[in-house]
Write a protein that binds this ligand. Structure first.
Ligand code: SME
Length: 157
């Protein structure tokens, strides 16, 4: 998928997600619907979902709604790609996860990924969006721009 097709698909699925979620404020419902619609729009997304900040355990993420193969349950801040995104509050794009220090191999088929921090309306980190692919180098700035905007539109408003 080239960048133009990717951007077009993000624009279409963003509209779809916002329309489906209009009036729904439950976080689980929002995360489940985002995972489902993103995974459906991009068939090459192998694992699409959320790790949420666990309010009962300091600096730990716990698996939330997702589409894909079995995800590991808990990720400490600072560990793996999701943990790096949660600790740094920066989107992580990893072209080859096997070269990433302390990458958590939940599924051996994953080769590249993007992880985007998710904030609530008070600008508090509530989760990270994790998307994994079997291809190397699948994610780039186009994914980053659109996914950051989508997370803001869905969770920060
Ligand atoms: N890829 C993540 C772990 C979660 S799974 O891949 C579903 C990471 O290294 O943070």
């Amino acid at each position: 998928m080239d960048n133009a097709a990717k951007a077009q698909t993000y624009q279409r699925v963003t509209k779809e997600i916002l329309s489906v979620l209009a009036g729904e404020d439950n976080l689980t419902a929002r995360m489940a619907s985002v995972s489902c619609l993103l995974a459906g729009a991009f068939p090459h997304f192998y694992w699409t979902g959320f790790y949420v900040v666990d309010p009962t355990r300091k600096n730990e993420l716990v698996v939330g709604p997702y589409q894909g193969t079995l995800g590991c349950l808990r990720i400490p801040f600072g560990t793996g790609v999701c943990g790096a995104a949660a600790a740094s509050l920066e989107t992580q794009i990893v072209e080859d996860v096997h070269a990433f220090p302390e990458h958590i191999a939940c599924d051996v088929n994953t080769n590249s990924e993007i992880v985007v921090p998710v904030y609530d309306g008070s600008n508090r980190l509530i989760a990270v969006l994790d998307i994994d692919a079997t291809e190397h180098g699948l994610f780039n700035e186009v994914d980053k721009t659109h996914l950051e905007a989508l997370m803001k539109a869905v969770f920060s408003n």
